[in-house]
Design a protein around this ligand. Structure first.
Ligand SMILES: [Zn+2]
Length: 76
């Protein structure tokens, strides 16, 4: 078998890449925050994956983060 034949054979054996994120599309995944019962949703728009973490309304991390964001917006 010469080099071109080996290359062609190698190409045929290469499986289609499977993205882990493709497997998670439209699935609700529990977790994502150590401070509450958060869950994550994976979506894909125009080839870009987006993972959205939804926290409980009482999440201390989220409440602290929103406090930081509010403070940042007030700063000129
Ligand atoms: Zn949380």
């Amino acid at each position: 078998m010469n080099r071109p034949e080996r290359r062609q054979a190698a190409k045929r054996k290469t499986p289609e890449p499977v993205s882990l994120l493709d497997a998670l599309l439209d699935q609700r995944i529990t977790g994502g925050c150590q401070d509450c019962d958060a869950y994550q949703d994976v979506t894909r728009v125009d080839g870009i994956y987006r993972i959205t973490i939804s926290h409980d309304a009482t999440c201390p991390w989220l409440n602290a983060r929103e406090g930081v964001d509010r403070g940042a917006r007030r700063t000129p």
